[in-house]
Design a protein around this ligand. Structure first.
Ligand SMILES: [Zn+2]
Ligand SMILES: [Zn+2]
Length: 363
């Protein structure tokens, strides 16, 4: 009863939960809580007070009520409810700001989405024609090359006033140094480089076998892709350094931000360099996935992949035999035997199937 009386000497919005929550927060957060926190929470507190009142009348239900309230009114639960309520209040404003930002940069966003869709299409087509080998459609691949070149020219022509092509050789474009302008310049340059690499891959796809044998094509695609990764990691560097060194934020802040960015970048560059070095060593290594065998020693001389007479037959450790060129091309896409699915190689077949990374190098 003394507790009941005490509750009436306090303000109308007081509740044990609110006091518990306020005491667990610092003064600034407490002020935020008083301003924003939820009528729902206050009501929750009132309900608890009511339950205490009821408890004086109905002592039989006291234990159940206490258990229930302990679960719902623990400090963690109250913090979560307060945060949720704050998020609900702030979220519409954030969405509104986001909508305004999207509308302001609608042209750029539409162009980037269109380039990404074009990239997905080109990537899929190139991979398919790489796997077709002799049965590739040269006309389709050539059409792909024309579209790739057209895309690059259209983008640089439409945005010619921004001089975006200068980013390709680490020179500044004719743009401001806002976050959006830097992201735009870096994003477009990244797409253009990838389109260029895809163009070169298409050139490799339509080559005659005598110029680039099918056996070594996987290595070429992988080398091209890793070279482009290294170049693409370096490309955003001058744009972001220039952004962080903007005059309006002061020299010290600029140097601190640049220092952090350079540290992250050095790690990325070092990682790409070691990847590239591994790829270069792989490129110059002769690749045999099994042992060479004589056709006279074999009962069946048909290759299960090309369905023709075995050419330079290779026996894998699972005892299946294929043409050297057929099985090397197969391992550019899969790590297992095409007949029994035994794992033959531990080297993951990355980028050897002619695919290009879909990740945009924004930083
Ligand atoms: Zn074959
Ligand atoms: Zn096998």
């Amino acid at each position: 009863m003394s507790h009941y009386r005490m509750s009436h000497t306090r303000s109308a919005s007081w509740s044990p939960q609110r006091e518990l929550l306020e005491s667990s927060l610092g003064e600034p957060l407490r002020n935020v809580l008083r301003e924003y926190v939820p009528s729902a929470l206050i009501q929750n507190g009132e309900n608890t007070s009511n339950s205490q009142n009821t408890a004086t009348v109905n002592m039989g239900d006291e234990e159940d009520d206490r258990d229930h309230n302990n679960n719902n009114n623990s400090p963690g639960y109250l913090d979560f409810t307060a945060c949720l309520s704050l998020v609900k209040k702030i979220l519409p404003f954030v969405v509104l700001m986001l909508l305004r930002w999207v509308w302001e940069h609608r042209t750029g966003i539409v162009v980037l989405i269109a380039l990404f869709l074009a990239f997905l299409h080109f990537n899929k087509t190139i991979r398919r024609h790489v796997s077709l080998r002799d049965r590739r459609h040269v006309s389709t691949v050539v059409a792909n090359m024309l579209f790739l070149a057209l895309n690059v020219h259209i983008v640089y022509y439409v945005f010619y006033s921004e001089k975006l092509h200068r980013c390709l050789y680490f020179m500044p474009p004719e743009l401001d140094n806002t976050v959006w302008d830097v992201l735009w310049a870096v994003g477009i340059t990244d797409f253009m480089v990838r389109f260029g690499v895809m163009f070169v891959k298409c050139l490799c796809v339509i080559q005659w076998r005598c110029i680039v044998p099918y056996k070594s094509r996987g290595k070429w695609y992988m080398l091209l892709e890793n070279l482009s990764h290294f170049y693409r990691v370096l490309l955003p560097f001058p744009r972001w350094i220039s952004f962080f060194m903007e005059d309006n934020q002061g020299l010290v802040m600029g140097l601190i931000l640049c220092g952090i960015y350079v540290s992250i970048k050095l790690f990325q560059v070092f990682s790409k360099m070691s990847e590239l070095w591994a790829v270069v060593r792989f490129f110059f290594r002769d690749q045999y996935y099994g042992t060479l065998v004589k056709k006279s020693d074999l009962s069946d001389t048909q290759c299960p992949i090309c369905q023709e007479e075995l050419d330079e037959p290779i026996m894998l450790h699972c005892k299946h035999v294929f043409c050297d060129e057929c099985i090397t091309s197969w391992f550019d896409r899969h790590p297992t035997c095409p007949m029994c699915r035994a794992r033959i190689t531990t080297t993951p077949p990355v980028w050897r199937d002619g695919s290009t990374s879909a990740l945009v190098q924004f930083f």
